[in-house]
Design a protein around this ligand. Structure first.
Ligand SMILES: [Zn+2]
Length: 325
């Protein structure tokens, strides 16, 4: 089954850089930088109780990702994992403000990650773009300044922006000003929403102009919200294992994938954080196949359809469509 899963060309749209750096590279970076990492804090354990606890892993990982060199190597490291899932196009996201403890500027973090993406594309048969994450817990002024840096970077490899971080404490109203600023300036917006079970957040995120929703778990039982998602053709970036760990769901059947499929609600399966969650894209699809939530044909179809929801230009989408055949 895994071999058959491998052969399907895939797209991944929700993958965090820091949460996906391999343990091997994290250890190597710690060694080189003279930093002691608490290995137990790099991945969630089975007792993880919620999103807040899940997010704590990132504090440990980020200790070794404070230099341009480490950021650049991280992107290549993630690309080396992703190609083993036969991913042809990935949008990797990262939050610049979490990589400035040793003096990097916002622009330097962005340039380091882009340099990593360019190098990775010369080494592997994959196309990579970057999404810049604002954090919900930061003020609108801080996030607007971040988006200004994104706009000034004017780089073809930045595909869009996202808001990550604690959702329950910082609902859509809290980030409205910065999100609208980004959208008005023409940046593609995807938003983490519905991960805490709040349907209202998904609706509000769409109103803010989000073209995709990270997780969106909460909406699956609400007919009206599903209609809205479908009408707007907003794609749900679903991350099953991560949702199980943060206890957004207790079983993958709660994702209601067969229902989403039969109702034409666009979605794609993603890893979220390959290392923190201890997963691969093949493992995610394998889980859903075994739970009879998707068939091989479904997996092929949702990946092909995801081309339409990438933050790529029309021409680039056409090129990708040829590769996805
Ligand atoms: Zn995420």
């Amino acid at each position: 089954m895994e071999q058959q899963l491998y052969t399907i060309p895939k797209i991944e749209l929700h993958c965090h850089l820091d949460g996906s750096v391999s343990i091997a590279l994290l250890k190597q970076l710690a060694l080189e930088q003279g930093i002691t990492l608490n290995e137990q804090n790099l991945q969630v354990d089975q007792n993880c109780e919620n999103l807040e606890e899940y997010l704590r892993c990132f504090d440990e990982i980020q200790k070794v990702l404070q230099t341009a060199d480490s950021l650049q190597r991280s992107v290549i490291d993630v690309a080396s994992q992703v190609v083993k899932d036969n991913v042809k196009y990935i949008e990797i996201r990262f939050a610049p403000l979490f990589h400035m403890e040793k003096g990097l500027s916002i622009n330097e973090t962005i340039q380091a990650v882009i340099a990593g993406a360019k190098l990775a594309m010369t080494q592997y048969n994959i196309k990579i773009n970057i999404l810049v994450c604002a954090m919900r817990q930061h003020s609108n002024a801080i996030n607007i300044d971040l988006f200004d840096h994104v706009l000034q970077a004017d780089n073809e490899h930045i595909a869009g922006i996202d808001f990550a971080g604690p959702e329950a404490a910082f609902p859509p109203e809290a980030i409205q000003e910065a999100a609208q600023y980004g959208v008005e300036k023409g940046l593609n917006l995807t938003l983490h929403a519905g991960e805490c079970g709040c349907i209202y957040n998904v609706v509000e995120s769409i109103k803010l102009g989000a073209k995709r929703i990270g997780h969106g778990v909460a909406i699956n039982n609400d007919q009206q919200v599903l209609e809205e998602v479908k009408a707007q053709q907003v794609l749900l970036e679903i991350c099953p294992r991560s949702n199980l760990q943060t206890q957004a769901i207790s079983d993958v059947s709660e994702l209601n994938l067969p229902y989403l499929l039969s109702n034409g609600v666009p979605f794609l399966i993603n890893t979220d954080n390959r290392t923190v969650t201890q997963t691969t894209l093949i493992a995610e699809y394998d889980l859903l196949l075994k739970a009879q939530q998707l068939t091989m044909e479904d997996i092929e179809a949702i990946n092909k359809n995801a081309v339409n929801h990438t933050f790529l230009s029309t021409e680039e989408r056409e090129e990708l469509r040829l590769i996805m055949k």
